[in-house]
Design a protein around this ligand. Structure first.
Ligand SMILES: NC(=O)c1ccc[n+]([C@@H]2O[C@H](COP(=O)([O-])OP(=O)(O)OC[C@H]3O[C@@H](n4cnc5c(N)ncnc54)[C@H](O)[C@@H]3O)[C@@H](O)[C@H]2O)c1
Length: 151
């Protein structure tokens, strides 16, 4: 994909389900998606728009390189582990990817003056509940809900 003068957007987890669709939508809207993904559960073949950087969001220097190389000014953050059952068995692993990884991403962005972020997280974070719409003041669910919210 020819970048031309298109603004580059970092898409962490862009080889995954939601990220790949987002990269396509960004390309259709005139942006240049830069997918940053470890391929732990994503697929290289799903990255068909923009550029691909194989990296882990826990690696600050890899993120910084990608931001500098592509002149990134904004990011959409989808990278993370999402399986609820596994998150209960391995909470430390999920904390490392979802909480520490996000902190690393935010720190690198702040240090490099990248101020725009969209963070995607599913409603599973808040567990089951009758009240709709859900609001952010409610307690979070066990397992991945806790790691995604950083509790
Ligand atoms: N699937 C849904 O219906 C849905 C709906 C709304 C929001 N979300 C949220 O969107 C995000 C992505 O969900 P998904 O369904 O696309 O999951 P997914 O597993 O398909 O995608 C996650 C991607 O993140 C990558 N990844 C994981 N850890 C990484 C790390 N440390 N560094 C770099 N890349 C890493 C994986 O390789 C994968 O490509 C999650 O936060 C999820 O809560 C999902």
């Amino acid at each position: 994909m020819d970048r031309g003068s298109k603004p580059a957007v970092l898409v962490t987890g862009g080889a995954g389900y939601i990220g790949a669709h987002t990269a396509k939508a960004l390309a259709e809207e005139g942006y240049f998606p830069v997918v940053f993904d470890s391929l732990s559960s994503g697929f290289r073949e799903a990255v068909r728009w923009g550029a691909f950087v194989h990296g882990d969001i826990r690696d600050a220097s890899g993120l910084a390189d990608a931001i500098e190389t592509y002149g990134i000014r904004s990011a959409i953050h989808f990278a993370g582990l999402i399986e609820v059952g596994r998150s209960v068995q391995k909470p430390d692993l999920f904390w490392e990817h979802n909480v520490a990884g996000t902190v690393t991403l935010l720190t690198v962005m702040r240090d490099m003056g990248v101020e725009r972020l969209v963070f995607s997280s599913s409603a599973a974070v808040y567990g089951q509940g009758a009240r709709r719409p859900r609001d952010h003041s409610r307690g979070c669910a066990q397992g991945s809900g806790q790691s995604l919210r950083g509790h």
